[in-house]
Design a protein around this ligand. Structure first.
Ligand SMILES: *Cc1c(COP(=O)(O)O)cnc(C)c1O
Length: 479
């Protein structure tokens, strides 16, 4: 692990004689211990042996640094092996209860899948599936045909293609439309989305040449016109929807339709990176200001990119919808294969889009359903939880909270929500309390605020209320 065998032997010969290194337990002895049988079963003997070797290497380094130290016993080394195993193998993705009130939590996998989507995934996961076979003809079928037809239908666009995230969609779109040519972007839209996605950097990678216009707060149609005059070989105007921050005050941007008219007159493409992919009007759930994909298409945008795991509420994916003249070229780009959507997210996305087509998205898709849950039913659940927890000695009360969309969408907008607040002695114990909640069998993610530990129920499925209560009870007993 840390050293090659030769190096280990050389340091061993020169320095081991003056320390307790020779008393270290032997690798094979520790590796065969009965009290490590669970690790052996879960990780296999080979991985366990390398962990033992790493633990003994670490112990040897310690002894060489401090020759007076006694060598650790086999019991202690076995314990070190267990903690190394936790360090290396425990951070697996596990189901958690999201009590943060952030509907699309980037660290928690963004959108939770609908029952319809997860049933479709498990039904196709265990066997083979007809992903590229036309069952009618027995010939090779078009991968993703349903998902693309559904997206075109739902957004009113001619054509659609889906890749594995929106960052890939933007990169591919620019590489297809504008490689080696200028693309005009407002200075107010040269944003960082998070996770290292910066518009200027992605443009550079695509081979497009960035032409900045306007200022941070104001960009007018005339700014774009001047840039088009100065760069007659311009391929496109790119609009970026800044979903994760909001400018207020002295700000101005042209209407999309005006830019579309300009792009058409000058024979360049108008592209829009929307980020969120609203297929329904989110203002209906108290979240105004998230543009619908359909309205961008209707305003005359030639190609729109968006994530399928943000406000759309599906699995990770990135869509490009718009004119067949552009989307058809994207589909033939040599890099499309490198970015293609996997089988499991494709099945999940198809099932999610089915809910939209059927008109049942508001009840099926968890992100949308949670956004619309009424305060009265949240309050009823919170009261039941408070009753159960108080009976177990927990100091807790119902609290009014604010839930957010998250996931880089609708910054600064929140909707009223209800949760519970657990009162703890001080800020440090609140920190310890949320840490214990995360260590629970079914981890609960909450947050600390001045009133205590806040657990928002809007993002918790009602079937998880009991698990939430159990985790709170156990954490209460530990602080
Ligand atoms: C979120 C976002 C992206 C990146 O989407 P991913 O699906 O996370 O790759 C790109 N552009 C905008 C405007 C976004 O909001």
């Amino acid at each position: 692990m840390s050293k090659g065998p030769e190096e280990a032997i050389i340091t061993g010969i020169s320095r081991e004689s003056c320390s307790n290194v020779s008393e270290l337990p032997r690798v094979d002895r520790v590796a065969l211990r009965a009290d490590l049988s669970e690790l052996r079963q879960n990780l296999g003997q080979a991985a366990l042996t390398s962990l033992v070797r790493a633990a003994i290497d670490r112990a040897r380094d310690d002894l060489l640094k401090d020759p007076a130290k006694p060598a650790p016993s086999a019991d202690v080394v076995a314990d070190m092996v267990r903690s190394l195993a936790t360090e290396a193998f425990a951070p697996r993705a596990r189901r958690v209860i999201n009590a943060t009130g952030v509907l699309l939590h980037t660290n928690l996998g963004r959108a939770p899948l609908s029952q319809r989507a997860s049933a479709a995934v498990s039904a196709t996961m265990e066997g083979y599936c007809s992903i590229e076979l036309d069952l009618a003809t027995g010939k090779r079928g078009k991968r993703g045909a349903f998902m693309e037809a559904a997206l075109s239908q739902l957004t009113g666009s001619e054509s659609a293609v889906v890749v594995n995230n929106c960052a890939a969609a933007v990169l591919l779109l620019l590489a297809t439309v504008a490689r080696g040519r200028p693309v005009i972007v407002s200075r107010g839209e040269l944003v960082e989305i998070g996770g290292g996605f910066r518009v200027p950097d992605v443009m550079a990678e695509s081979g497009a040449k960035l032409v900045e216009v306007g200022t941070t707060n104001k960009t007018r149609v005339a700014d774009y016109e001047r840039a088009l005059d100065a760069h007659p070989d311009t391929a496109a105007i790119l609009r970026v929807h800044p979903g994760n921050f909001r400018q207020i005050g002295f700000v101005e941007r042209p209407a999309l339709a005006d830019l579309a008219a300009l792009a058409k007159a000058r024979n360049v493409s108008l592209l829009k990176d929307l980020g969120g992919g609203a297929l329904v009007e989110l203002a209906d759930a108290g979240f105004p200001g998230e543009p619908m994909v359909e309205s961008a298409i209707r305003a005359g945008v030639n190609a729109v990119t968006f994530s399928t795991d943000k406000v759309l509420g599906g699995p990770q994916g990135g869509a490009i919808v718009g004119d067949e003249a552009i989307v058809g070229r994207v589909r033939k780009h040599p890099l499309i294969r490198a970015f293609r959507l996997g089988r499991l997210p494709m099945v999940a996305l198809e099932a999610t889009l089915e809910s939209y087509l059927a008109g049942s998205a508001w009840s099926d898709v968890p992100t949308l359903a949670m956004a619309r849950v009424d305060l009265a039913s949240l309050r009823t659940r919170a009261e039941a939880l408070v009753r159960a927890l108080s009976a177990r000695g927990v100091t807790v009360r119902v609290a009014e909270t604010q839930a957010e969309m998250g996931g880089g969408s609708l910054a600064g907008r929140s909707i009223p929500s209800i949760g519970v607040v657990v009162s703890v002695a001080d800020h440090d114990s609140a920190g310890a309390f949320v840490a214990h909640l995360r260590e629970h069998r079914l981890p609960v993610i909450g947050r600390v605020d001045p009133s205590g530990v806040v657990l928002d129920l809007r993002t918790v499925a009602p079937r998880d209320d009991e698990g939430l209560g159990d985790a709170v009870t156990l954490s209460w007993q530990r602080v």
